[in-house]
Design a protein around this ligand. Structure first.
Ligand code: 5GP
Length: 245
């Protein structure tokens, strides 16, 4: 394994370290999390290990289906080797059903079906609470080019189609999700993570959330929800921190 050098990014659920290879980085998934821009903090036991396995599954599947991404391989229980991209400071949210900040912004109740897919852009400026912007803002301040945004938009819709279908097969409705992209030797790669930390997953039958909203809204059974998504997606069951097929 490459030896790590410096911490290059720290997110809600993970830390990213540079390695001696300038083209690679190592992601360490953590049990720690927070919500409401850091106002609510906590720990979801097993989340780091579960998200590492879910991301391995998601990124491998997305690559096979034509969405290039940063994933190289899983290293151990809680870490993975990835391509070291230059993260574009704009996150892309894709929404199929109203929930979360969209419900608040437009005043429609959670669960309202959207006639078409909604794609939103937020600047990754936590000190400004990640403001919602449109494409002309992004190109005007030169955070990404129109061409890069077109590629990101195309991949975001493709991820939506692939994930919706995959989750439907395991009895889960894909409500919305957030993606991040990076530049890597002239290519745009999907980066960050695709997990219950970044997606809203509702059980298709009960409409119960199976994601980070259980922590955000103190709905209980948070760990169980993460285990459930991993199990339905990969067949894996984690017992006492041991992985079983
Ligand atoms: P909303 O804008 O409704 O809060 O979130 C839309 C989607 O993006 C949800 O699936 C939510 O979990 C995800 N999301 C929103 N903000 C963040 C964030 O700061 N970090 C991560 N990882 N996901 C986020």
């Amino acid at each position: 394994m490459d030896s790590i050098t410096e911490l290059i990014a720290e997110g809600k659920g993970k830390k990213v370290y540079a390695t001696e290879n300038p083209d690679e980085a190592i992601v360490f998934y953590r049990d720690e999390t927070y919500a409401y821009h850091g106002l609510k903090r906590g720990r979801i036991i097993g989340k780091g290990e579960i998200n590492n396995l879910i991301c391995e599954h998601m990124f491998t599947m997305l690559k096979e289906k034509g969405v290039p991404n940063h994933f190289i391989r899983r290293i151990d229980k809680t870490s993975s080797l990835v391509k070291r991209v230059d993260i574009i400071p704009v996150s892309v949210k894709v929404r199929n059903i109203v929930a979360g900040s969209l419900a608040k912004r437009i005043g429609y109740p959670d669960g309202t079906h959207l006639k078409n897919t909604v794609v939103e852009y937020n600047l990754k400026y936590p000190e400004l609470e990640d403001p919602l912007v449109n494409i002309t803002h992004i190109t005007a301040v030169e955070l990404a080019t129109r061409e890069e945004l077109d590629v990101m938009f195309g991949y975001a819709l493709k991820v939506n189609e692939i994930l919706k279908e995959t989750m439907k097969e395991i009895g889960i409705e894909l409500i919305d999700f957030k993606l991040e992209f990076g530049r890597y030797h002239g290519q745009i790669l999907l980066a960050d993570e695709v997990s219950p930390d970044t997606c809203r997953f509702w059980d298709s039958r009960t409409h119960e959330p199976l994601d980070i909203d259980r922590f955000r809204h103190e709905l209980g059974n948070v760990e169980e929800a993460y285990h459930e998504v991993l199990h339905r997606l990969t067949g894996n069951v984690l017992k006492n921190n041991e992985e079983e097929a």
